[in-house]
Design a protein around this ligand. Structure first.
Ligand code: GUN
Ligand code: FE
Length: 476
């Protein structure tokens, strides 16, 4: 909880629409002790803010903490990582030439099993929370492991450290695909363990100010159909959000077809999305990671149910899963956000995911049959669009669009102060600010500076990070 009212001054940049950033120059933003934005005043220098705005609010000048963006700095909404596996962080960058299914068996399951050691879990979770915050991730939808105490520990650590998070205890009970030492004994046992973790997280944060449980069937192949059905019922009963993986890799899709024929699911066909739908898992509160190889029919079903997609371009590239056609999803009205998918993805940075989304969209231009008259160039995602996905899109994916993602009165202050290197007359960066690889000469427009940040930025540019008004990271 923030302890003082705060006044932020300078340039604020946020998404106004999918393809439009808004630049609020010389603006003052007031944030109250609860971390809520109470005013946004344009053309409001410090003097005016102190002399006219603060008295109107009844805020005493001496009790207000003032944070001013310097030259080359701007405030930007915190990033939302809509898909990340906290226990897999030690494996970031370790995947060799594997693809999804053998990657899970070789690298992922053994590491996840080992985190039932709570000392090890604490070490890993402490680090991944620190690391993601330092990259500007103010909110993350985490997959934990099947272990309840370790999952609850992740929630405790996020809560204490002040990162907004959805925390999912992973469910998997299918004996032919889940390792003997890493699976639930039955669908019922899986649901009972999930309820236990939900109860812990709800007790920790009853009004879900920061932390919320999320129902997490790992994916169809490691689930029995009864488990999927029972988790669908649990989601309906609790109105909690759901997260899982969908249509990431071709071998995975083939496996789903053998494990879930219509005779098992009662669905009209053997589509992957149809399996989740038959179990009641495709809802407006469902986050589907990947959705790389969706058929037209599946995309229509996902759109009809209002389920959301977490686009994970870094992971899809690393594991050779394929390239999601984000434009087609957006054109259908499917809400999309970005996910790092650590450690399918090797980088914990949402900025890196945004960059990867731009790059992958440029490969998509050359994919598939060329249809006469089709404008292939439309597949390309712009800097503005990927930043929308990283903030407002992500907020909608995790059901927080009323609370975070942009700067407006009534929204919560989840934000980052971004600093770029300002190059002086002597060719050296002005002052002691490290701009990392982003050097700004002064003649660039602000849209060009933001583009330079997207393509060359990293955590050296993330100077300060706040969640709900609380300072949770300051770069040394
Ligand atoms: N599908 C099932 N489990 C996983 C996982 O841990 N990571 C990714 N990327 N895909 C999955
Ligand atoms: Fe994943």
């Amino acid at each position: 909880m923030a302890t003082k009212n705060k006044l932020f001054l300078g340039l604020f940049v946020h998404s106004k629409a999918l393809n439009e950033l808004e630049y609020l120059h010389d603006t003052a933003v007031g944030v109250d002790k609860e971390g809520k934005i109470t005013f946004v005043e344009r053309d409001c220098a410090e003097k005016k803010a102190r002399e006219t705005v603060l008295p109107q609010l009844g805020w005493k000048d001496a009790e207000v903490e003032v944070v001013k963006a310097k030259e080359g700095q701007f405030f930007f909404p915190g990033f939302i990582d809509t898909h990340i596996h906290a226990p897999q962080y030690p494996n970031a960058g370790i995947f060799g030439n594997s693809t999804l299914l053998n990657w899970l068996d070789t690298y992922t399951f053994p590491l996840e099993v080992s985190l039932s050691d709570l000392a090890k879990a604490r070490r890993v979770y402490t680090r991944v929370i620190h690391k993601t915050l330092s990259h500007g991730t103010t909110c993350a939808a985490y997959f934990a492991t099947i272990d309840v105490p370790a999952t609850n520990l992740l929630a405790d650590l996020c809560h204490a450290r002040g990162q907004r998070a959805l925390i999912g205890r992973v469910c998997m009970d299918e004996p032919s695909t889940s390792p003997a030492n890493y699976r639930d004994e039955s669908a019922e046992a899986s649901v009972a363990a999930t309820r236990e973790s939900i109860a812990h997280i709800r007790a920790l944060d009853p009004t879900h100010t920061l932390i919320r449980p999320i129902i997490t069937p790992r994916f169809a192949p490691t689930s029995t159909f009864p488990l999927l059905v029972q988790l669908g019922a649990l989601a309906a009963e609790t109105t909690l959000p759901i997260q899982t993986h969908l249509s990431e890799n071709r071998a995975e899709i083939a496996l789903v077809k053998t494990l879930f024929p219509p005779t098992v699911t009662g669905a009209a066909d053997d589509s992957y999305a149809g399996v989740y739908d038959a179990a009641g898992l495709l809802t407006g509160r469902t986050v589907l990671a990947h959705a790389v190889h969706l058929t037209t029919g599946e995309a229509a079903l996902v759109a009809r149910r209002g389920a959301k997609v977490s686009h994970c371009p870094g992971s899809n590239t690393a594991l050779g899963s394929g390239a999601a056609r984000v434009r087609r999803l957006l054109d259908r009205g499917i809400v999309c956000g970005l996910g790092t998918d650590v450690s399918g993805g090797f980088s914990p940075s949402v900025l890196e995911a945004a960059r990867a989304a731009v790059m992958v969209s440029r490969h998509v231009v050359f994919m598939g049959e060329e249809v006469a008259g089709e404008d292939r160039e439309r597949e390309k995602l712009s800097v503005e669009e990927v930043l929308f996905l990283a903030t407002r899109g992500g907020a909608e994916v995790v059901g927080l669009e009323e609370r975070v993602g942009k700067f407006a009165v009534g929204m919560e202050w989840d934000a980052q102060l971004v600093g770029l290197g300002v190059v002086g007359e002597d060719g050296e960066v002005v002052g002691d600010e490290d701009g990392g690889d982003v050097d700004v000469f002064g003649w660039e427009t602000w849209p060009d500076r933001v583009a330079k940040w997207v393509y060359n930025g990293d955590d050296r540019n993330t100077k300060m990070v706040w969640v709900k008004g609380r300072l949770v990271h300051a770069r040394k």
